[in-house]
Design a protein around this ligand. Structure first.
Ligand SMILES: *Cc1c(COP(=O)(O)O)cnc(C)c1O
Ligand code: SF4
Length: 403
């Protein structure tokens, strides 16, 4: 059952679209025009399960169905449990709404001083600049807004948003998101970024995008020039499973890195996709090899029709525990819950701390061994004594966290 990653293989090629000229395949507008958006198009290439078929028919009322040919190739069409398939092919579970779920589960609309801008934290804002994505993730937190399937009629107000930021000197960090900001044209993006760059108190500009994963062809040299010219621009990409780390994604990340864009990754913990320590370890190792630093692992937000993706938080903690100390520190994301209703991101960590008093801190290491770090200095009369930070117990299992 343990996941095995073939670490030397990076998926590459046109897969089902061998007959297409390579110049088309590498053209991001071709990829967008040829997205799979209906049951009929999907069924040309694969057999849908009844659950998927029902989900697809419902999708137009919730969150549109769209998959780029590039990303569709990553699906194992023989395996109904394929982790790539689950992310983009709707299932009947989307129709099942639970009592605790909400359309605007993070209370973003309530923290929105102007349309498309969320100002929740003191020094930074989330600027939603489009409602479109290259493909649609079935667990999307902003499904109310993106794809317009729910008639939210989102019209980003660039001018109002920019004026709000100009008028608020406390805003030093602007996060461009959506939808996917990299679906804007180079010209529009450059205009937005240069307007932000011209605001003296804006020190930090970053972009949240899943385009490198869904549509790596969009990361053109021209786009990278924009980032180079107006940098530093930081970027968070969104990879959930090691299978998404293809040769094309790696090349896109290379281009971004060489243009001076520091890269981070955000994953969402999803049932049947990446709720497994071995899968997560393979993912974070591949990310490091692409110069991408794992940033956040999100507990899924309480979005409507999302319960079929929900993972027990204790499982998430167990995954972090399986990484910390067992692999490169750079590889470990911060596991967070975005507090329902709008409390912001809160880190959820394995508990290594056992006790803290005025005298000492008692804690366990990644192997479960207990250590003590003294907080009080005790002067020694003559020759220096032995170090006191000695293991004081046999290894034991870390505090029980199993479901
Ligand atoms: C996630 C988020 C940010 C950025 O948070 P960081 O922890 O700085 O990455 C800013 N504003 C909102 C509303 C967010 O949801
Ligand atoms: S790319 Fe982001 S905004 Fe777009 S559907 Fe996926 S999670 Fe939602």
């Amino acid at each position: 059952m343990s996941y095995h990653d073939n670490r030397t293989a990076w998926f590459e090629g046109q897969g089902l679209w061998q007959h297409i000229p390579e110049s088309d395949w590498r053209d991001w507008t071709w990829q967008l025009k040829n997205r799979l958006t209906s049951v009929a198009e999907l069924e040309r290439y694969m057999t849908l399960t009844p659950e998927e078929k029902a989900g697809c028919l419902f999708a137009n009322h919730k969150l549109s169905l769209a998959i780029t040919p590039y990303f569709f190739n990553l699906i194992d069409r023989e395996d109904p449990n394929c982790p790539i398939r689950k992310q983009v092919i709707p299932r009947a579970g989307e129709m099942q709404v639970s009592a605790e779920e909400q359309l605007d589960s993070l209370g973003e609309d309530a923290h929105s001083p102007v349309p498309g801008l969320v100002h929740r934290y003191p020094d930074r804002v989330l600027f939603l600049v489009t409602d479109r994505c290259a493909s649609y993730c079935r667990y999307c937190t902003r499904s109310r807004l993106v794809s317009n399937a729910q008639d939210y009629n989102f019209h980003p107000e660039y001018e109002q948003g920019l004026r709000y930021i100009e008028a608020h000197p406390e805003v030093r960090d602007v996060l461009l998101s959506g939808g996917d900001p990299l679906l804007l044209s180079d010209r529009k993006l450059e205009h937005l970024i240069s307007r932000l760059r011209a605001i003296p108190h804006v020190e930090f500009i970053r972009i949240g995008s899943r385009i490198p994963v869904f549509l790596p062809q969009r990361i053109t040299p021209e786009l990278c020039e924009v980032f180079k010219k107006h940098g530093p621009i930081w970027m968070s990409i969104h990879v959930n499973h090691p299978k998404e780390a293809t040769a094309e994604l790696k090349q896109a990340c290379d281009r971004l890195s060489f243009a001076g864009v520091p890269l981070g990754n955000q994953s969402v913990l999803l049932k049947g996709v990446n709720d497994d320590a071995e899968v997560m370890k393979a993912l974070v190792h591949r990310l490091l090899r692409m110069r991408v630093r794992p940033y956040y692992l999100y507990q899924m937000d309480l979005i409507t029709g999302g319960s079929h993706f929900k993972v027990d938080v204790r499982k998430g903690i167990e995954i972090i525990q399986a990484l910390r100390g067992h692999t490169t520190g750079y590889a470990i994301p911060q596991y967070v819950i975005d507090a329902p209703g709008g409390g912001g991101k809160v880190p959820i960590n394995p508990d290594y701390l056992e006790k803290i008093t005025d005298e000492e801190v008692v804690f366990r290491n990644f192997e479960g061994r207990r250590f003590t770090y003294p907080l009080k200095s005790t002067p020694v009369p003559s020759p220096a004594g032995a170090p006191s930070a000695e293991p004081v117990s046999e290894p034991v299992a870390l505090p029980a966290i199993r479901p």
